[in-house]
Design a protein around this ligand. Structure first.
Ligand SMILES: [Cu+2]
Length: 202
């Protein structure tokens, strides 16, 4: 009994941290291309970029996401990682801020755009947009906010995977870290059980 209790207590934070990430109902990461053009809506707020597939939304009957409620909009939302499987296509970024001034940069595409702060009473600032041609390579680009917007500013990042994307060390580092943690967990568990065994049971 003690044994299972210890295991449960130690696994609790792991289960708790992992569950929301796997259970979220976000749209697919792969965006839809229409006539060689990806249309991306980005809403910046402190401190994240919300990314919406405008082509998918238009297909589903929502051509203007500015007038659509957050609940419906979530169906077209992707966070952190977007896939453009068609290399060499064009991409149009439509950028909106929901609070302070933010920036949107992709170094490799020569994009560095400032987003407008909303006027009092408005939900979004005036749109800024930029259009670029994607490369014909399998490559992954990172976008980030380049205008300091407060505490969480460094966390404002989205990855754009073009074609197959470039090699990413991230997942390997992640699994290596899990292996190390499992090792530490095993050793800790062993010493806890040894200690528990030395306590006389009721
Ligand atoms: Cu920022």
């Amino acid at each position: 009994m003690k044994f299972y209790l210890v295991i449960f207590l130690m696994l609790f934070p792991v289960i708790f941290l992992t569950a929301p990430a796997t259970a979220s109902g976000e749209a697919s990461e792969e965006f839809i291309v229409v006539d060689g053009l990806y249309k991306v809506r980005i809403e910046a707020s402190q401190w994240e970029f919300k990314v919406f597939d405008m082509n998918l939304a238009a297909n589903e009957g929502y051509p203007d996401l500015s007038i659509v409620g957050d609940t419906i909009k979530q169906e077209f939302e992707v966070k952190h990682r977007v896939e453009f499987s068609e290399k060499g296509a064009n991409v149009q970024f439509n950028l909106y801020s929901r609070d302070v001034q933010h920036g949107f940069s992709i170094n490799e595409l020569d994009v560095a755009v400032a987003m407008n702060r909303p006027e009092p009473g408005n939900e979004f600032g005036a749109a800024t947009s930029v259009e670029r041609t994607l490369p014909n390579d399998d490559v992954t680009y990172s976008s980030f906010c380049h205008i300091f917007c407060g505490l969480g500013h460094p966390d404002m990042k989205v990855k754009f995977v073009i074609g197959e994307g470039s090699f990413e060390a991230g997942p390997y580092v992640f699994y290596a870290a899990i292996l190390i943690n499992v090792g530490i967990f095993g050793m800790t568990l062993r010493s806890i059980i040894t200690k528990l065994d030395s306590i006389p049971s009721e």
